[in-house]
Design a binder for this molecule. Sequence first.
Ligand code: FAD
Length: 420
Amino acid sequence: MDFNDSIEEAAFREECREWLTENAPRKERPDEVFGRGMSAAELMQAAREWQGRKAEAGFGAITWPEQFGGRGGSPIQEVIYRQEEGNFKVPVGAFNVSLGMVIPSLFVHADPEVSKQHVSDALHGKELWCQLLSEPGAGSDLGMIRTRAERCSDGRDGWIINGQKVWTTLAQFADCGMVLTRTDPDVPKFAGMTTFFIDMDAPGVEIRPIRQANGDAEFNEVFFNDVFIPDNQRVGEVGGGWKVTLTGLMNERLSIGGVMPPELWRTAIKQMQDCDLGYGQSYGQGDNRTALQDSAMRQQLSDLYLNAQGLWLLQCRGLTALGQGREPGAELSVAKIVAARTLQDFSYFAMDMKGTQGILTAEDLGDSWQLVEQLWMGAAGMRIAGGTDEIVKNNVGERVLGLPPEPRADKGMTFKQLLG
Ligand SMILES: Cc1cc2nc3c(=O)[nH]c(=O)nc-3n(C[C@H](O)[C@H](O)[C@H](O)COP(=O)(O)OP(=O)(O)OC[C@H]3O[C@@H](n4cnc5c(N)ncnc54)[C@H](O)[C@@H]3O)c2cc1C
């Protein structure tokens, strides 16, 4: 395992660092968060502008092929860029779904004319795309989607879509979306689906933001009421929707994983130093004690530290493999669930330490609380997005450990039969 950059990687890191230094303010603290006090619309606008500048400079889509405006770079270059960008105060994440999942499916499966029309605008942040897969009755098992697309019966060359999607990230800001529909209920569930792309302003598309506990609306419900889609907005073959979806999901699993902020345990130590447990004197142990002096608290910190270090080593192993042109090993499959759980545990730990003050926000507790707050709000979602903990464990059981597969009672049945 190699912990250091190769000569080429070090040169690329330097190139990223130079460009970032010229184009963005450096974070004053490692846990500083971009956009505090900005509205969601302002954040989105800032993210579009930043994406545009990255794209102009050749950092907008590092691993994409050059013919689509990418750099034709390696996954390790993508990781290096992200590590360096993490030191600067810039908007991150808004284009993860659009550029990391949806557009790569588009340029693999859509007509080249469609790619020509949309890929460059998406890369430069002018178009944001959302992914319309999950429904109230279909998430882990997308084979159960019910949103129907039926051929127009009035002579138009197109389809009419009816149904509902849910948990659609950033749909309220999206210009276009990629939607998975059921086109044939009389064949097995994965064979009867077709993908289309859709203008989010098209008549009959209704977007209802879902308000979260922190007041933000990261996701939406999206309803389709007799929405017309011309056939030239079909992506891939009729009945080939699952293939298109898998291209996006493969990219999602690659992009979720190395999510452990390196500053996490340092932030935890700082929180512990600042936390006066206030009981030293009453136990005849001299001055009041901080959480860092408490053995039970230190035990919790060491668990957190060990998880973070273990994940870092796994990441190094995966990156070494990628750097040498090999595939990362199966152990990376579990990295996503351990990372999400560790982040969640960290936020619970920090909040418990504050006692009753733990329910306050960064507005009251100061900027150093921003990371805790963000993780508490977001880590639970990370345990669901890109495959829930249970689904990932099932996959690891079957594909890595070679355990017997789950019984699949739906084998050979048509979708209509499954509905009963
Ligand atoms: C942050 C975030 C962003 C998202 N963004 C999008 C988006 O942009 N577009 C989109 O389409 N969707 C999006 N989703 C939805 C996401 O893909 C689904 O929430 C996820 O696939 C789980 O599906 P579900 O919510 O329907 O839960 P279900 O599949 O109903 O699962 C419910 C519970 O049952 C368990 N379970 C289900 N099946 C099994 C099994 N076979 N064995 C054991 N346990 C099982 C699950 O682990 C879970 O605990 C997002 C979700 C999150 C959290």
